[in-house]
Design a protein around this ligand. Structure first.
Ligand code: SAH
Length: 417
């Protein structure tokens, strides 16, 4: 294996709670939120001195409150520490004495898998949704026997070989490491994609919502497929039965293949990525709906303007763009982009037809997104009813202290004549 976990001596912080470094909150920080279960301590909350700054990124520590020797400090739990990150400490375990080893990782994975087994019929799901599943910064998507892992925090990068071993023991292989997410740079981690175990010959088939999708685990965006949209695909598919649908920002056809499988008469998928559209077409063949499926490789804004100019109308239009506002600095520009998507998409909806507008931007909350969408629809001269608001599916559980994990919003509108 390329990245061996180094010798046990280097892992004493993980394996031996008694010899683990202690980190304290700064005086004046009462740690109440942390005592209630908050998952993070930020760099400006922690007493950083020469000793703590020298700790290797990903060191397992005991976090304690700031109280002085006289009153005694209070342990807040076992945390992963990274002196280079704004999120300086991430909670691994409430128990300050927790041993962080392979079996600890295995227990977390098994608990997460039990939930998904209850939710879904086939083993194709987001297995670990980071803080929401008690494994901070770690995302794992399962594709049958294969898995893609994103170690987006230093501790997980450090213990990655253990994750791979635990996955192998659970019968999983191949295992792909996808290190392309934005979060890694903030942790001081480099970008890379690696096959860590097993072999892969081409994209994998994923049965979901009555369709078969193709996911390219090594070259794909994100981890290959957008599992977070599963329930929204299903709801849109219901609205699109026996109609014509337009799937803008389609990727591998998440919305269109589900709609076609549910009986949509025809679907046109628009995306800027030729490889994504090629996978969508293969998926359409595998799903037995290829003759009702078309793709258009184009910039989505130009394509929508062009279809509008031609007077084209669809019974269902879905627009699921990439995160236009991935951070706070991009919020205003992002809101303008969402408004523009709505303004260009609304005219393409036939009278009484449906419009689905999605946002996966952390920095744009539901209210702001609804406002931008409503302005866009209004500027297109349309009005409508808001039927339903969808979120990420339950294989993306939210940590109750982190609004950030509730990033995905899908607004389902029915537009008037
Ligand atoms: N709707 C998909 C996920 C979409 S992800 C699903 O449910 O599975 C966003 C997609 O937008 C990506 O496939 C990306 O290639 C595409 N994209 C990004 N910018 C684009 C642009 N300007 N024009 C067209 N497609 C774009």
């Amino acid at each position: 294996m390329e990245h061996e976990v180094s010798r046990a001596a280097d892992l004493v912080d993980a394996l031996d709670p008694a010899r683990r470094p202690v980190i304290r909150l700064r005086p004046g920080r009462d740690g109440r939120a942390l005592a209630r279960g908050a998952p993070w301590a930020f760099a400006d909350e922690i007493a950083l001195d020469r000793r703590t700054r020298r700790l290797a990124p990903g060191t397992i520590v005991r976090l304690e409150s700031a109280r002085g020797q006289a009153t005694g400090s209070r342990p807040l739990g076992t945390f992963a520490f990274n002196p280079r990150s704004k999120i300086a400490a991430r909670r691994l375990d409430d128990d300050p004495e927790a041993v962080i080893d392979r079996s600890w990782i295995a227990r977390r994975l098994a608990g997460a898998a039990r939930l998904r087994d209850r939710l879904f019929d086939a083993p194709f799901w987001r297995w670990v949704h980071a803080e929401g599943d008690g494994l901070p910064g770690v995302v794992i998507d399962r594709f049958g026997e294969a898995a893609v892992i994103q170690p987006n925090a230093a501790w997980a990068e450090r213990l990655l070989p253990w994750f791979v071993e635990v996955l192998a023991e659970a019968g999983i292989g191949p295992v792909v490491m996808n290190g392309m997410s934005r979060g890694r740079a903030l942790e001081g981690l480099e970008e890379r994609v690696d096959l860590l175990a097993g072999t892969l010959d081409g994209p994998v088939k994923v049965p979901m919502n009555g369709a078969v999708y193709l996911a390219d685990l090594l070259g794909g965006q994100k981890t290959g497929l957008y599992y977070d949209q599963r329930l929204n695909h299903a709801f849109a598919a219901r609205l699109g039965r026996d109609g014509r649908m337009l799937d803008v920002f389609s990727h591998v056809g998440g919305f269109s293949l589900a709609a076609l499988a549910a009986g949509a008469r025809e679907a046109l998928a628009v995306d800027a990525s030729a490889p994504a559209l090629a996978l969508a077409r293969t998926g359409a063949r595998e799903s037995g709906v290829a003759e009702r499926f078309r793709t258009l490789r184009a910039d989505a804004f130009e394509a929508m303007a062009g279809l509008g100019a031609e007077g084209r109308r669809f019974d269902l239009v879905v627009a699921d763009p990439p995160a236009f506002a991935p951070n706070r600095a991009a919020r205003e520009a992002g809101l303008r982009a969402y408004e523009k998507v709505a303004r260009l998409a609304a005219p393409l909806v036939a009278p009484g037809g449906f419009l689905v507008l999605c946002s996966c931007s952390h920095a744009v909350d539901l209210e702001a997104f609804r406002g931008a969408s409503l302005r866009g629809i209004g500027r297109a001269g349309r009005r409508g009813q808001l039927l339903h608001t969808g979120f990420a599916g339950p294989d993306h559980p939210q940590h109750p202290h982190l609004a950030e994990t509730g990033y995905l919003k899908a607004l389902f509108w029915r537009l008037d004549g």
